[in-house]
Ligand binder design. Structure first.
Ligand code: ZN
Length: 231
């Protein structure tokens, strides 16, 4: 895997489109510089025309493949016998990866508000893989949430996730700031409210949650970032 995007890591497609997904008030609330808005737009709006994955889903797929030493696509990797034996917990829907993952017998999906990431309704050491995509910025206590992810992982199991990250600043809490929402302009559902705006110290949340080591995977840096850690 390289840092460039020759082919979609999900399906192998080679054609991409890009559309702007950020809107003016969100850019202002987030205080994004034009270059930052540009790469966050690509993270969310650069899509594979074949499978519909956006760049963050592609980064997550590339990170999972890298963790398992897979040279091909996530789609191909999921047809391997090992994948059919894996217990996989997807927290909320990880973009276009959901239909692929849902085809596996060991796949479970836990969605807000039925399931609170701070109190996962699963026993310790239940899963081989826990993944989520652009969820952590919406939770009250990201370290606690990642600690829960670690608790339900088996020893050696893989945590893989994405979160919107502005790489040249530090994480700030939006507590005390005017509310800001992802999703679409005017959408003020509570699960779309942004609690944290992540920055260069995003990796420290993983370590504070009890993991010994964490890896950053960059696709079209800094637009596509995914984070992994092993229990
Ligand atoms: Zn694709």
């Amino acid at each position: 895997m390289t840092a460039s995007l020759d082919a979609c890591p999900v399906c192998g497609g080679c054609e991409f489109t890009c559309s702007e997904v950020l809107w003016r008030s969100l850019i202002n609330e987030w205080q994004l510089a034009p270059a930052e808005a540009d790469y966050i737009n690509r993270q969310q709006g650069l899509m594979c025309t074949a499978c519909g994955s956006n760049l963050r889903s592609m980064a997550l797929a590339a990170a999972i493949c890298a963790e398992y030493g897979a040279a091909g696509t996530l789609q191909a990797e999921l047809t391997a016998p090992a994948a059919s034996r894996a217990d996989i917990l997807e927290i909320n829907e990880a973009g276009m990866l959901t239909p692929l993952l849902a085809s596996l017998p060991g796949h479970r999906i836990a969605k807000y508000p039925d399931v609170d990431i701070h109190a996962l309704p699963f026993a310790e050491e239940s899963f081989d893989v826990v993944l989520h995509s652009d969820t952590l910025e919406h939770v009250e206590n990201p370290v606690h949430a990642l600690t829960e992810c670690r608790r339900v992982l088996r020893t050696g199991g893989l945590l893989a996730f994405t979160v919107p990250t502005v790489v040249e600043r530090l994480t700030r809490s939006r507590a005390g700031l005017p509310p800001s929402f992802h999703g679409a302009p005017g959408d003020v559902r509570p699960d779309f409210r942004v609690q944290s705006e992540f920055g260069a110290d995003v990796w420290t949340y993983v370590i504070r949650a009890g993991f010994f080591r964490t890896t950053l995977h960059a696709l079209l840096y800094p637009a596509g970032l995914a984070i992994t850690a092993r229990k």
